[in-house]
Design a protein around this ligand. Structure first.
Ligand code: ZN
Length: 384
C-alpha cells in the first residue's frame, strides 16, 4: 500500500458527504500527517519492522546520529537551532554528566537511533547553555507538531510515562527490569511481564444542521470549548462509549455515528478515537460534575478551541470546511432549499426525482416530438 501526504488545504476541503455518509477508517485522506497518523515517514518505517531491541543498541556520545529524548518530571530537554527547537544529539549532550546507561532505544528517525532517558525530577544540571532548556511537555508537543520527528515524540512521551510507572512489579512489588526483546518490563521474582499501556478514549463531534455541540470542563482555560471526550470503560466497544458518554454528559441522543480517525495523545498516555454523530433527540442537560457548560454553536460563530495539533480541532476544522462547501453548493439551488431547508433527506430525494424526470424527458422527447409532428401533419388528411 502506498500512502501519500495530503496538503492541508485538501484536508480542509474534505467532503462533507464523505465524512457523514460513508464509513471511514484511520486511512482516511482527510486526516493525515497533522495528527501523526499517516506520515509517509511512519514509526513502522522508522523502526524497520524489526523486533524491539531497546537495550542492545550501543551509544556513541560523540555522534550526531543519535537523538535523545531527555525527560525530567513533566519536561523535555530541547535545543534551539536557527530559531527552531529540536531534539538534541549525543554530541550536544556529552558536556553533561548524564546516566546514559539507563537509556531505552525506541526506534530510528531518518536513520538516527532514538533513545529516551528519564532523569530524576530532583537531578541538578550545570548551568545550561543559552540554546538548551527544559520545556513543559505540552509546549514541546506544540513546538514539534509540524516536524517529522513528531510521531517519535509521541512514542517517546508515552514510553517515558510507562517507564516511570512500572519501576516495580504490580503483582509482587519487586524491582522490574527492561525485557531485552519486547517492549515490556520483566519481574525476576514472579516472572510477570508488564507491557506498554495506554488508555483508549473517544472524541465525538456532534452536529445539528449548521451547529456543533461544544462543551467545556471545569479545568479548561476561560472561554475554551471542545468537542466531547471520554474514556472507554472495561467491557465496552468505543462506539458504546460514545453513546454512553454523550448521554451522561449532555443528555442527548445521537445517530449516524461515524468513525473518522485516531491519534496518540501522550497526556499522559491515551489513544483517541474520533467520531462524528448527528443529533437525534433531546435538549442539552449537562452533568455538572463533569462539565462547566455545553452549547450548540453556529459554525460561523465558534468560541476558543484547542490547538490545531489535536485531533479534536482537526475534526472541527474539517467538518466546518465541508459543511460550508456543502452550503455553497446547496445555495445554488434556492428553490430546493426553500422546499426543504432543514431536511437533507427530502432535498436529496427531490434532486433525485428532478434528475430522473429530466432523464425521462430527454429520453422521450424525440419520440414525443415525432408523434406530435406526425399527428399535426396527419390532421388535414384525416379531415373529411
Ligand atoms: Zn513480580
Amino acid at each position: 500500500m502506498f500512502l501519500f501526504r495530503n496538503s492541508y488545504n485538501n484536508r480542509k476541503a474534505a467532503s462533507f458527504f464523505n465524512q457523514h455518509r460513508l464509513f471511514q477508517s484511520s486511512l482516511s485522506q482527510d486526516f493525515s500527517n497533522k495528527a501523526g497518523i499517516l506520515q509517509k515517514n511512519t514509526l513502522l518505517e522508522q523502526n524497520g519492522m524489526k523486533k524491539y531491541d531497546h537495550t542492545g543498541i550501543e551509544t556513541d556520545h560523540t555522534s550526531q546520529n543519535e537523538l535523545w529524548f531527555l525527560f525530567r518530571g513533566e519536561t523535555l530537554f530541547l535545543q534551539t537551532q536557527e530559531n527552531s527547537v529540536t531534539i538534541p544529539t549525543s554530541s550536544a549532550l556529552k558536556q553533561f554528566n548524564l546516566p546514559f546507561e539507563e537509556k531505552q532505544h525506541i526506534g530510528k528517525h531518518d536513520s538516527k537511533n532514538c533513545f529516551i532517558l528519564n532523569l530524576p525530577k530532583t537531578m541538578e544540571l550545570p548551568a545550561l547553555p543559552k540554546d538548551m532548556n527544559f520545556y513543559p511537555l505540552r509546549e514541546a508537543h506544540v513546538l514539534l507538531a509540524e516536524k517529522s520527528i513528531f510521531s517519535m515524540l509521541l512514542k517517546a512521551i508515552q514510553i517515558s510515562f510507562w517507564d516511570k510507572k512500572t519501576q516495580f512489579c504490580g503483582s509482587c512489588g519487586t524491582k522490574t527490569s527492561l525485557d531485552g526483546k519486547m517492549m515490556a518490563k520483566a519481574c525476576s521474582d514472579c516472572g510477570s511481564l508488564t507491557f506498554a499501556q495506554f488508555s483508549p478514549a473517544m472524541l465525538v463531534l456532534i452536529w445539528r444542521n449548521d451547529e456543533i455541540l461544544l462543551a467545556r470542563s471545569h479545568t479548561f482555560p476561560p472561554g475554551r470549548y471542545n468537542i466531547l471526550a471520554g474514556f472507554v470503560e472495561p467491557g465496552e466497544t468505543v462506539e458504546e462509549t460514545v453513546v454512553r458518554e454523550v448521554k451522561e454528559e449532555v443528555g442527548i441522543e445521537i445517530k449516524n455515528l461515524r468513525y473518522v480517525a485516531s491519534q496518540p495523545w501522550p497526556f499522559p498516555s491515551n489513544l483517541m478515537f474520533g467520531f462524528t454523530a448527528e443529533h437525534a433527540a433531546g435538549n442539552i442537560c449537562i452533568d455538572q460534575e463533569e462539565l462547566d457548560d455545553a452549547q450548540w454553536f453556529s459554525i460561523d460563530n465558534l468560541p476558543s478551541l484547542p490547538h490545531s495539533v489535536s485531533l479534536s480541532r482537526q475534526m472541527v476544522d474539517a467538518h466546518i470546511a465541508s459543511r460550508k462547501k456543502m452550503n455553497i453548493q446547496t445555495s445554488e439551488w434556492p428553490l430546493l432549499k426553500s422546499i426543504s431547508p432543514k431536511t437533507p433527506f427530502l432535498r436529496r430525494t427531490t434532486i433525485t426525482a428532478l434528475a430522473a424526470t429530466g432523464l425521462l424527458m430527454a429520453g422521450f422527447w424525440k419520440p414525443m416530438k415525432d408523434y406530435v409532428q406526425s399527428y399535426i401533419e396527419d390532421q388535414p388528411k384525416n379531415r373529411p
